[in-house]
Design a binder for this molecule. Sequence first.
Ligand code: C2E
Ligand code: CA
Ligand code: CA
Ligand code: CA
Length: 275
Amino acid sequence: AKADGRGTYRFFETGMDARAQARRLLEMDLRAALQRDEFEAYYQPIRDVASGRVVAFEALLRWNHPQRGLIAPIDFIPLAEETGLILQLGEFVLRSACTDAATWPDDVDLAVNLSPVQFKNPNLIASVIAALAASGLDARRLELEITESVLLQNSEATLATLHELRAMGVRISLDDFGTGYSSLSYLRSFPFDKIKIDRSFVSELATREDSMAIIRAVTGLGRSLGIVTTAEGVENDAQLELLRREGCTQAQGYLFSKPRPASDVAVMLNRPRLL
Ligand code: C2E
Ligand code: CA
Ligand code: CA
Ligand code: CA
């Protein structure tokens, strides 16, 4: 506390305490929610830009909290990662999403997000195999989305896991491309099947020359490396048109649909637009 006034120190201490307490409450809540089955996978369509066809759905986790209503991942995934609860949550998403996807037309794929924490778990491969076997989903219909931070761990084990998944027929996507560090080197360290261009570049497409240039560079890179490019966060026709012109392979965003429950998948498949 040193030179700080007493009031400041006490305030600081109380603040920390309140935050730690909120954290403990949320952690207890998370554990209980897993038991009570309050989590649900929502789905957002990914469309082929040239044909407009829905080629995949991305599973996005939601928490149906009995008091607080629908909670978005940003409000619980970080703590779930810190506490290790993400392993159970990740397992839940994988299992329920594979089970849902097995009922979709078989030219519609499933994308599931993986936390870097899940890569430190030696059971990752086994839980992917178990989810595929239990659902009957063909491994070639599953894409796993990882961020650069997974490769930052840069261990032999991580690369071996990725190669093993790929040997099973599972595809690996590099999520949030352009937001991390030295992204290009990651494309050399592992042969990704897909690059997902971060929403921030798409949202500034019309207003920032540099975003346009970056999208052009990434789609060009994808073409020359034989990697599918998917633009995230497409919200309007102007953005979609620019992406089409640059030869971006796939698009995903509120323009087509927000993430919705599994029961809405049929509707999302049949209607070109739905907000
Ligand atoms: P992400 O993987 O980059 O997912 C895309 C996020 O962008 C989703 O937010 C989606 O709802 C949102 N989005 C899609 N289209 C648009 C658009 O046109 N405009 C805007 N403004 N947003 C759009 P969401 O569902 O809140 O998820 C946030 C993040 O939480 C995800 O980012 C992902 O990193 C993480 N997450 C979600 N589900 C899971 C999961 O099952 N496991 C793990 N490990 N992480 C997950
Ligand atoms: Ca994702
Ligand atoms: Ca993303
Ligand atoms: Ca993201």
